[in-house]
Ligand binder design. Structure first.
Ligand code: ATR
Length: 265
């Protein structure tokens, strides 16, 4: 039996075990997906121990996404982002991927949102960083807007062809944009949106990384403006799908994984 898992601290109530185990069951793969909670300074040691124990793959969440870089060979995009959320033990040393970035781009593409033109990323934390690099990797011009404007400038200095702004620039930026991604926590468990309603328009594809609630105020506003909307569960799904496909080299049963994820959200 193969073992996969997640390291985080706190690892909490993760949706990854049921999502991945549904995929194993669907494809007849004899495997389990378990959660581990190493001490906060033990991320790299946990990856080394997992390799010794023959674990096939690990997902990595807060606070270990940067620390595990010391225990893996990062794929080019993960290296640029400076964070790893998926470790594949099929290589020596293990390979570190960032499937958060690809999760966002696959979620948008799955909803027929073209990844060309201009994107606005709201937020410059861990999620904003991954999404900004992911969209730039697709060839998009990326504008980053953040409450703390200096963090948007710092991130934009690293991302190819990107610019940094405060939230007050959103009206103007969104009016000319093709894609909008919310990577702040605004809208989580509250009917608030980080983007002025008037700025939204029908030519936008809007992804909200927030998935609690599934239908955020931003997505309601965007749907009202005629935009294509993509909820945060799709991003969560596709980061898992991408990890599954890296580990198993098989196409993931996306519909099954999506159904199991949404049953539990
Ligand atoms: P994550 O890893 O989910 O990206 P994070 O690194 O803590 O989490 O980043 C949170 C993001 O949400 C940041 O961009 C933060 O803005 P600041 O850099 O100014 O802190 C943004 N954010 C959080 N609360 C916010 C609020 N009330 N209004 C606007 N932005 C907010």
């Amino acid at each position: 039996m193969d073992v996969y898992g997640l390291i985080g601290n706190p690892v909490g109530h993760s949706l990854s075990p049921p999502m991945h185990e549904a995929a194993y069951e669907d494809l007849g793969i004899d495997a389990r997906y378990v959660t581990f909670e190493p001490p906060a300074d033990g991320g790299a040691a946990a990856v080394e121990s997992a390799a010794t124990l023959g674990v096939r793959g690990l997902n990595v969440t807060i606070p270990f996404k940067q620390d595990v870089l010391d225990a893996v060979e990062p794929a080019p995009l993960a290296e640029r982002i400076g964070a790893v959320n998926t470790v594949d033990f099929g290589t020596d040393p293990p390979t570190g991927y960032n499937t958060d970035a690809v999760g966002a781009t696959r979620a948008l593409r799955d909803h027929d949102v073209a990844l060309d033109g201009t994107a606005v990323v709201v937020g410059a934390g861990g999620a904003g960083r991954a999404v900004a690099f992911g969209l730039a990797d697709e060839g998009m011009r990326v504008h980053i807007a953040n409450r703390t404007e200096s963090k948007a400038h710092d991130l934009a200095d690293e991302v190819p062809d990107a610019t940094g702004h405060g939230l007050d620039a959103l009206d103007e930026l969104v009016a000319d944009a093709d894609v909008l991604v919310n990577c702040t926590s605004v809208g989580m468990k509250a009917d608030r949106s980080p983007v002025p309603t008037d700025a939204l328009h029908a030519d936008l594809g809007v992804l909200d990384a927030v998935y609690d609630p599934i239908e955020t105020q931003l997505l309601r506003d965007a749907a009202g403006a005629g935009a294509t909307t993509v909820d945060g569960a799709w991003m969560l799904l596709y980061q898992g799908v991408e990890a599954f496909e890296q580990w198993t080299e098989r196409d993931a049963p996306v519909e099954k994984m999506n159904r199991v994820l949404r049953e539990r959200l």
